[in-house]
Write a protein that binds this ligand. Sequence first.
Ligand code: 6GU
Length: 228
Amino acid sequence: MLFEIMTLFPGMFESYLAESVLSRAIERKRIEVRLHNIRDWAENKHHKVDASPYGGGPGMVLKVDCVVPCVEEVRKNGKESGRLLMLTPQGKRFNQHDVEGLAQEKRILLLCGRYEGFDERISQILQPEEISIGDYVLNGGEVAAMAVMDAVIRLIPGVLGDEFSSSLDSFSRGNRFLEGPQYTRPREYRGLEVPEVLLEGNHGKISLWRAEMSVERTRKRRPDLLDS
Ligand code: 6GU
């Protein structure tokens, strides 16, 4: 899968891409990541990518005349046209269902904004899918783009060490429950003991206990998931 990231801050992706799961996936050619600096498409000699908003107001707006040529050039330099995602707090909220859809793609283009937003004509011309990763505001789309990539990449066969580990995730296909508690050695720590049921080796009983814990945790923390 090819990710094409368009950003004013390509450096923000470097330590993330060097992380072990990611660098292994890149090395094994399961994924390829290309970084494009939007500033390289700025027309003017000062390489200005933003300007103050018409009508006044705080902050700066990303200019249509650098973002559109950037995306158009990146888009046409590929075999697949791919899916174009624009990361913005005004977007549709992204969820695991969207992740599963993206995991089927060959090419994903991620357009990261900064400042107060994008000139509206960028959306009118490029018709991206505008997405947000949650109800809070980030300084830019870069961290959101990494979150999207991270979620998609772990569904690609051969990226995680254990092929099965993502199919058991909370929110994976059909699973609408939070995961319950997990324990590992030591059996006792500061007086806190591992639940007896996990030590007895009765797998039927363990499955039942885990299911109960999962429902209970979901009811307490995310009752909205049980409504759907
Ligand atoms: Cl995609 N961008 C920004 N700037 N803030 C966000 C977001 C995206 N998703 C949630 N908050």
